[in-house]
Design a protein around this ligand. Structure first.
Ligand SMILES: Nc1ncnc2c1ncn2[C@@H]1O[C@H](COP(=O)(O)OP(=O)(O)OP(=O)(O)O)[C@@H](O)[C@H]1O
Ligand SMILES: [Mg+2]
Length: 230
């Protein structure tokens, strides 16, 4: 089996169960949007899918392999992007250094893709929110992952910055990468998503083609969320 598979996955902290018996399988292709209200469990689900946290019950596998064994094949950009206290270029060099590579061509490509070439030698701490988010995505892509996980990458960004990030996502997918993105921007989900995963109160309630989800949400919770009542 290729792709992602969650089998009866639950996750608890200090005895409180936050994700409940999640089951789904998804091929490695296209853009998967994780939707649901604040506190539903979207960030936790992304962390489990990546492998930075492990379920306390059940199994998460990519291509049949447990997540902690092939973490390096996935790039993860957190809800608040991490900015290392060094130049933009050095931020992009960092993951390459960790895997023993030093490719200035790869860095230049990523600077171009993220529209940050002119800011390459600026301290990353001086970047605007949108620029920092683009840098974090470029840094996640530089080791050529097969999957990109994005946690609300465009929250607080203006339409132009959002457009640049969506272009980065589309370029990655056109190069046969697959994406999992959480977002509260329903227009963005409609623009980007092939598949929707809808979660509420730690439960996966819907997993279906985006078109079907938006046209005919099956659960009262999804209907309420889409109409702004949840
Ligand atoms: N380490 C933790 N300890 C205790 N509770 C946690 C922990 N991490 C997450 N939670 C709780 O789990 C629930 C799901 O959190 P999560 O961050 O995944 O929500 P979310 O869907 O990403 O929400 P948002 O849209 O606000 O980002 C929340 O109620 C949160 O308070
Ligand atoms: Mg979150």
């Amino acid at each position: 089996m290729t792709g992602l598979k969650l089998t009866d996955v639950s996750y608890s902290v200090d005895g409180t169960q936050l994700l409940h018996h999640i089951n789904f399988a998804q091929d490695n292709k296209g853009i998967n949007a994780i939707l649901g209200p604040n506190g539903a469990g979207k960030s936790l689900l992304l962390s489990l899918i990546h492998g930075v946290i492990r379920p306390d019950m059940g199994l998460v596998t990519w291509d049949g392999v447990a997540t902690h064994k092939n973490k390096h094949t996935r790039g993860f950009v957190f809800q608040t992007p991490i900015v290392l206290r060094r130049s933009v270029r050095a931020n992009l060099a960092y993951p390459l250094k960790i895997i023993g590579k030093n490719s200035s061509a790869a860095i230049d490509d990523m600077l171009e893709l993220s529209h940050l070439t002119a800011l390459a030698d600026q301290p990353a701490a001086s970047l605007s929110g949108g620029e920092a988010q683009r840098m974090a995505i470029a840094r996640a892509l530089i080791t050529r992952p097969t999957v990109l996980l994005l946690d609300e990458p465009c929250s607080n960004l203006d339409p132009a910055s959002t457009k640049l990030i969506e272009a980065m996502i589309r370029t990655f997918v056109a190069d046969s990468g697959s994406v999992y993105i959480s977002t509260h921007d329903l227009a963005q989900a409609k623009r980007l998503a092939d598949v929707v995963l809808f979660i509420e109160a730690g439960q996966l309630l819907e997993h279906k083609p985006a078109e079907d989800f938006f046209a005919t949400p099956a659960t009262p919770q999804a209907r309420a969320y889409l109409s702004g009542d949840l």
